[in-house]
Design a binder for this molecule. Structure first.
Ligand code: GLY
Ligand code: MN
Ligand code: MN
Length: 496
């Protein structure tokens, strides 16, 4: 564990006698009339005068070292690390947070730590890019296990050029960066400077080693009590975002790009609460609702149409909700819209009824698809009988109108546990602590000649987030209106 002593220059850039680091061309003087290099970090910069360089590192108050108490989730992350350590005896394991990613030129996307890194460190929304969690196997049989160290680029001393002349990471530019001691106390982890990390050929690295990648993904299949509380909170604040959208429907209808406004209203709620979204909001009105992941969101929102909104708030901990509601823009469903809506709701309720500890994950699909196939048969355009359509080898005609699955695991990623083995996921059983979606839909595209005209252009999805407990499933998002009558009453109450 380190201190935050200002005189500690470990790993920082030494100043050249001129006070200008030779490896930082951005702080060199550009000679008047010199050719401007094709490098935007150099061509627009003026260089620093001697007065600046001789004073910039002085006159700053000593920063007190205040060690925070460990954050609430640190104890859960320690248990997860213990499970990883036990599964890989004698191996050196590396879990990178990942780098910042360039959006264009010298502008990055907002940094988002790798989910396995966040899960194993409890360092999530505030993690520093390029950090690495390392499990070093202990020598000797009487001391099995691993020493675990978090390497990160701690803040640079103010005598370094990094402090004032590095727009990517300098504190003058991006704001305060954490010190090693503070992070160690906050996360309950040993910490070291990233410059002291050296990779070895024998390392098992997440996303490079298949066994380790799979293990850390499967570790998230069952959520602990901290994770469940975060999911509940993410869903609660997501409900507020949906409510804001419904309350603003008149303005949305009046706007030529109403879908964009829907996206913006949800974003405003997420950001003003201090959060983010776990995935790009889908604001799909009218026929756009038939495109499963419509995120262009550039269309109008017209009364008479349905709007499908699929959105989820992601908290600082990175746990995200994933919720869809389909709402009649004008406040009431037409008869056909309601018919389709109620079939989807029936499919969702059938999947929920099939969800029990010990049931197969695939039972959720089977229950929802059975309703979907039977309703389409009843409406007269399923080309075979519902029974024939439900045959997984020769049938599945109904899936033309619901090509996606009914459920996926949900957590720190919207499609959580994505590297888990099939036998534990699609072929696995439902267990207490699992959190997953139930999200059947029906999508009749505008130019689908297999469906009667009155159905064309209607898309409906209803998506709820479900926690499995020993006593059965709990719909964590049931407070957001979901029956056709409740949705109509919601619009009447909030948007008039
Ligand atoms: N929002 C993506 C999904 O529902 O899976
Ligand atoms: Mn989903
Ligand atoms: Mn969704």
């Amino acid at each position: 564990m380190s201190t935050t002593d200002e005189s500690d220059t470990t790993g920082t850039t030494e100043l050249a006698p001129s006070g200008i680091p030779p490896e930082d061309p951005g702080s060199r003087e550009l000679a008047p009339g010199s050719e401007i290099p094709a490098n935007s970090t150099v061509n627009r910069r003026q260089g620093f005068g001697d007065g600046f360089l001789s004073t910039i590192s002085t006159g700053w108050a000593q920063r007190p070292e205040i060690l925070p108490p460990a954050r609430e989730q640190a104890v859960f992350a320690a248990l997860r690390r213990a499970a990883v350590s036990a599964a890989f005896p004698g191996k050196r394991l590396v879990v990178p947070a990942g780098p910042s990613k360039v959006r264009s030129n010298d502008t990055d996307y907002p940094f988002r730590a790798h989910s396995a890194f966040a899960h194993l460190t409890a360092w999530a929304g505030d993690a520093v890019p390029d950090s690495v969690l390392v499990f070093d196997p202990r020598d000797g049989e009487d001391e099995p296990g691993h020493d675990v160290t978090l390497y990160f680029r701690e803040r640079a001393d103010r005598t370094t050029a990094e402090f004032y002349a590095n727009p990517s990471i300098g504190e003058f530019w991006i704001g305060p960066r954490p010190a090693r001691g503070g992070v160690a106390a906050d996360l309950g982890l040993d910490t070291a400077h990233i410059d002291s990390f050296a990779a070895s050929d024998d390392d098992l690295v997440v996303d490079e080693d298949a066994d380790l990648t799979r293990f850390v993904s499967e570790l998230r299949l069952r959520k602990d009590e901290y994770e469940i509380a975060q999911m509940q909170l993410a869903i609660e604040v997501t409900a507020d975002g949906f409510d804001d959208i419904v309350a603003d429907l008149p303005r949305i209808i009046a706007h030529p790009r109403g879908e964009r406004l829907v996206e913006g209203i949800f974003h405003q709620r997420a950001r003003s609460d201090g959060n983010w979204e776990g995935y790009d909001t889908i604001a799909a009105s009218g026929p756009h609702a038939c495109y499963l992941h419509w995120t262009r969101n550039d269309g109008a929102v017209a009364p008479g149409d349905l709007i499908l909104i699929d959105a989820g708030v992601e908290l600082d901990s990175l746990y995200t909700a994933d919720i869809t509601r389909t709402i009649p823009v004008g406040g009431t469903f037409t008869e056909v819209q309601r018919r389709v809506y109620e079939a989807v709701l029936e499919a969702a309720d059938a999947a929920f009824a099939a969800a029990k500890p010990g049931a197969l994950f695939s039972d959720l699909n089977a229950a929802a698809w059975s309703v979907i196939a039977h309703r389409i048969e009843e409406w007269g355009f399923l080309p075979v009988s519902a029974e024939a359509s439900l045959d997984p080898t020769t049938g599945h005609h109904h899936r033309r109108w619901m090509v996606h699955g009914t459920s996926h695991h949900l957590g720190i990623d919207v499609h959580d546990c994505a590297q888990a083995r099939r036998e534990l996921y699609a072929g696995g059983t439902l267990e207490p602590g699992m959190v997953f979606t139930i999200e059947p839909g029906l999508y009749f595209q505008i130019d689908d000649l297999m469906v009667p005209e009155q159905y064309r252009g209607i898309g409906v999805r209803i998506e709820d987030d479900i926690l499995m407990t020993a006593d059965g499933p709990v719909n964590l998002s049931s407070a957001i209106p979901r029956t056709a009558d409740d949705v109509e009453a919601w619009v009447a109450r909030r948007s008039s």
